[in-house]
Design a protein around this ligand. Sequence first.
Ligand code: OXD
Ligand code: MN
Length: 649
Amino acid sequence: MAPLPVIKHLLRLPNVHLLQRVGHKAAAAFGVQLDKSIPVVHGDLDKLPPNIKNFVLEKQELCQPSAIHICDGSEAENKKMLAEMVSDGEIKKLTKYENCWYARTDPRDVARVESKTVIITENERDTIPKPKEGVQGTLGHWMSPPDLDVALKDRFPGCMKGRTMYVIPFSMGPVGGTISKYGVQLTDSKYVVASTRIMTRITPRVFDLINNGDFVKCLHSVGCPKPLKRELVSNWPCNPDKVLVTHIPAKNEIISFGSGYGGNSLLGKKCFALRIGSTIARREGWLAEHMLILGITNPEGRKKYIAAAFPSACGKTNLAMMEPTLPGWKVECVGDDIAWMKFDSEGRLRAINPENGFFGVAPGTSEKTNPNALKACMSNTVFTNVAETSDGGVYWEGMEDPPKDVTITSWLNEPWTLDSKKPAAHPNSRFCAPARQCPTIDPDWEKFDGVPIDAIVFGGRRPKGVPLVYESFNWQHGVFIGAAMRSEATAAAEHKSKVIMHDPFAMRPFFGYNFGRYLAHWLSMNKSGRHMPKVFHVNWFRKNDAGKFMWPGFGENSRVLEWIFKRTDSKDHSFSSESAIGLLPSQDSISLQGLNEAVDMEGLFHLPREFWLEEVDAIRKYFDEQVNDDLPQEVAKELTNLEARVKKM
Ligand code: OXD
Ligand code: MN
């Protein structure tokens, strides 16, 4: 049936707010039709479940691509797209490795853009706590539905002209898994399709699993319709002045414009698995967290799983893939960035890694720091903004000494030597590699109902005052420790200097809703009959007065994991002693056997009273200013208790 003229007119305009309100109903009732001038060059639109077909039709009306391609995730499809990108100069083959590719971005599109990342709710308070009078809120950015309408109208009409719109059916978590969720992303970027194929599971089976039910709707455009209005830099299409990454929890919808990079464009990752994911998790009673998951096996063969939250670029990937130095211990990787965790019917917390790949920060990754990540990215990998070597390889700061007998070209496409003043690789340059290629990938990493979690670990980069490890007194205190997390800023977003920033639960850039309510949700997890994981805080980054790291880190962190392992077995205080801030390892309970260097354990566990009094003040200021009336009184009480204990030190 032909669309009623008035509906067709509304869709054409396109009044997006109206379109979204009438969208599904109108499409279902009147049958939005494909603009006949837009060929479907791959796949069959009529075979899609009606709600997905309508979603595609609505967005093609809006974005006006020149063709539609429904992805099947196959090898043949991937090969063809990579070849097209090579001939368009968007990527290069790295001949030194097997099936590896290299992309340089426009230098204006190199990281997540937190200031342009917004959550849309009717009431601002549903997105962020109301900060104290006169204070700028830092716990996310809110946009009203009418402002979203204006912003979308300014960006999306005709934004895909001259480009193909790819329809990507993808699964977060193993396809068919009990904790998995499904999404469909529309994008005009082949780079995004190729990277999403690594980071998620792309398969048409997702259409059947959605079966006309709920799915997360993702729309992405680089915002560079053809003919181009400006010359591209490095053949990287983007529209930096108009970047906007939006999330609409009420509709399970993500709409992103202007950036092709990382979390701005691979919408399954931060947008879906964390921001929209956290809102779904709250509704459904589970947790979507910025956490790695690792399995650790002791010399007797007993295994436990740990989930750990660290702010961006604090070494989550290194920890998840570590090679323990403690003899007989084994660490295996389930995931390096995101955990979805749900209590099962027996009261065990079970976790999956919703991702299928690693989007890891390249600089600093070396044979010493993370040999497993290096092995994982030697084939089937897309590298972005690293430096290239003249023999078809890659190079970045901290990898090894620059290889001899080759020349190096920086991420800015300039000749590079050790004398160059600029870095060879961008500090946020990445490898995007399949998870299954990690030599230590856990045999259960794709288990449908996840792996059982015994410990939750929080951590950050704290050069002063914070001990190597401590344990919370109980769950409520653990939630407080997560809420009070702070860390040095990193290159993963647009922050410039190394200030110590509050980053509660390592989720500050990723909350999908009001952080105060998020805390209440965490507190509500503690129900009778559940086996609550123990909660810890670690800090590998304490420095002595000479500015030198006090703990060797990397594989030696297994010594700390061993203590955590022992503590999860204990029903009492064995191996620990009480301090003002939590349970510290008792004397000699962290094994130092076989360590090559002397470690100042006393210094690593010293709690300077002045430091902790200042820490309490900083946490109180943050809670008062940022969380204000939304702070659960249980968390406020934990701060009061900490202060009283510190004062007695
Ligand atoms: C990431 C991040 O890219 O946290 O994982 O920024
Ligand atoms: Mn991350």
